[in-house]
Design a protein around this ligand. Structure first.
Ligand code: ADP
Ligand code: MG
Length: 261
């Protein structure tokens, strides 16, 4: 039985494979060793939380995985493609096709409707008609439960709703992985659970998600917790029984959120 299970895991498609990733930032004479040899495989429909103290290398790792930065040493395969051999233009192209980003501070354009914010990543693709763009964006907003807010501006949305628009924007290009660096860092407890329930729902549909969080309570909603310490992996654990965000939300009191933050 055990062997069968192991084979099933091996057959899962590998989305991200990094080996011995090293990142050294040079600042004049000073060298900062942000990553000191990180190796891991992330498979399709994994939901991973990267944890660890401030300065342990989490954001550096996410920036490299997101093709926003390159490692000093090491290998990185994204969806089977060797990222190490790419130039800047190729990296930007790969990033746009394969990665969806969600940030702590939402990063929405303020004078632009929710729908237009979601359409943004599609603008780089000249092959998509404006009709398709709109349809895909509405579908992405539907999948985060916000179709009814399509024409609202960010200032007319609560913090949780803004983050859901950002998740829709990350989804719209059909990426192989969603990367979220502290997506609940600016949100209160209930809203954080709301955002985690969206990630859980997307993950059940087969979407691979990696989040950074330093809160164990948030990591408990994912399937795998990887702890960084001083640029190395300290622990890599499967979460046997992840918390169920949607179920918990039903039992949590609702406070009226501020309209603007
Ligand atoms: P975390 O996200 O876990 O807080 P970071 O990846 O941001 O950690 O940082 C890891 C280490 O690398 C820290 O010591 C930080 O000061 C340093 N660092 C991060 N980015 C840069 C940079 N652009 N230039 C120089 N040092 C950096
Ligand atoms: Mg960070």
């Amino acid at each position: 039985m055990e062997q069968v299970e192991e084979e099933a895991v091996n057959m899962k498609e590998t989305i991200i494979s990094v080996k011995h990733l090293v990142k050294v930032y040079k600042m004049g004479d000073l060298e900062v060793h942000a990553l000191r040899g990180i190796s891991m495989d992330v498979h399709k429909s994994d939901f991973v939380a990267i944890m660890g103290k401030s300065g342990s290398g989490k954001s550096t790792f996410m920036n490299i995985v997101g093709c926003l930065d390159i490692p000093t040493k090491g290998e990185y395969l994204l969806d089977g493609v060797d990222v190490g051999k790419m130039n800047k233009d190729q990296l930007a192209n790969l990033r746009n096709k394969k990665i969806g980003f969600v940030f702590q501070s939402f990063n929405l354009l303020s004078r632009t409707s929710a729908l237009e914010n979601v359409e943004l990543p599609l603008m780089y693709n000249s092959k998509i008609s404006s009709k398709d763009m709109k349809e895909r964006s509405i579908r992405a907003l539907e999948s985060v439960g916000l179709a009814s807010r399509a024409h609202h501006f960010p200032s007319q949305l609560s913090g949780g709703e803004q983050q859901r628009v950002a998740i829709a924007r990350a989804l719209v290009n059909d990426p192989v992985v969603i990367l979220a660096d502290e997506p609940t860092g600016n949100l209160d407890t209930r809203t954080s659970v709301e955002v985690m329930s969206i990630f859980q729902q997307l993950n059940t549909k087969g979407i691979t998600v990696i989040i950074v969080t330093h809160e164990p309570d948030i990591a408990a909603y994912t399937n795998r917790n990887i702890s960084f310490r001083d640029g190395r992996i300290q622990k890599d654990l499967i979460v046997e029984k992840p918390r169920n965000a949607a179920a918990e939300l039903l039992t949590m009191p609702v406070f009226k959120e501020e309209e603007t933050i």
